[in-house]
Design a protein around this ligand. Structure first.
Ligand code: ADP
Length: 272
């Protein structure tokens, strides 16, 4: 008999993330691709790519849950849930290996949030910033473009500078872009500018996280958690250690896949 699989698809503002788990809830594979302008088409392609990568047939995916900003566009899903619920479940499951997590900080391409969960992974409360791009991945994207660097390079530049991080005063991405150009024109080095940007995001994020309350352990996910410079700055601003999982960008898709698996198992048990 062929094995059953369960999928979670996180249709984010910037990237589409797909995760596949088996009947035991173990991660089989994950895939990340830019959202682009065709969310639905790119989501279908991302799912097909992951299935091919894992050698799994579409019929073997017994339940699929969509989440994220563009989840309603993915009509093929069996269900759709909020990214808060999916993120909480993904962090809860992943966090078990780290002794459990209670506070989740997520920075996405266009928003940031802090979630407090209880010891069963249920959301106690959350706060969200979706009004201002300055504390989000968008800020990093704009900075990388202006500094002519790949996103992947920002993290290492954070640690390269011999000068103190510069203070980035702009509270808006558009103004920050002009500020970065001004700093470059005044001869400042890329490293001190980048470190300044990381601290500026970290200060905002720490403020958001304190609104839900910091409880051990603190877990940091979303694409920007791949940036080690930002992780260091956030850790400093929070004054506590943070857990960054191996695949921070796919935590929410993984959580949706776990919930898909749980839903299917419950239905099977109810049928007996
Ligand atoms: P969303 O769910 O809103 O689409 P993601 O959690 O996928 O957001 O995060 C997207 C952001 O992650 C991008 O805007 C980018 O700044 C950041 N990012 C993606 N890949 C990397 C990387 N390799 N290193 C650093 N940052 C990254």
């Amino acid at each position: 008999m062929s094995k059953n699989y369960f999928a979670g698809i996180d249709v984010g503002s910037t990237a589409i993330k797909v995760a596949l788990v088996d009947e035991h809830g173990k991660m089989t594979g994950e895939h990340v691709t830019p959202s682009g302008s065709l969310f639905h088409k790119n989501s279908l392609a991302a799912l097909a790519q992951l299935l091919a990568q894992c050698g799994v047939q579409r019929e073997q995916v017994r339940y699929l849950i969509a989440t994220g900003y563009g989840r309603k566009l993915f009509k093929e899903a069996d269900d759709s849930i909020s990214e808060i619920t999916a993120n909480a479940m993904g962090a809860f499951e992943t966090g078990k290996a780290y002794g459990g997590v209670r506070t989740i900080i997520n920075i996405g391409g266009q928003d940031s949030k802090a979630i407090q969960i209880d010891d069963s992974g249920s959301v106690v409360h959350f706060v969200m910033n979706d009004k201002c791009a300055a504390g989000t991945g968008r800020f990093l994207d704009v900075a990388a473009r202006n500094l002519e660097l790949d996103l992947e390079e920002l993290g290492e530049y954070h640690f390269k500078g011999s000068c103190a991080p510069l203070k980035i005063n702009s509270t808006c991405t558009v103004f920050a872009e002009s500020e970065i150009i001004g700093l470059l024109a005044n001869g400042h080095g890329k490293s001190e500018i980048i470190a300044g940007i990381h601290y500026s995001i970290a200060v905002r994020t720490a403020r958001l996280a304190r609104r839900v309350g910091l409880e051990k352990h603190v877990y940091f996910d979303g694409g920007p958690a791949l940036n080690k410079g930002l992780v260091a700055a956030l850790q400093e601003e929070l004054g506590c250690e943070i857990i960054v999982p191996e695949f921070p960008q796919t935590t929410t898709a993984f959580g949706a896949a776990i919930l898909a698996r749980n839903e299917f198992m419950t239905e099977v048990e109810d049928a007996h």
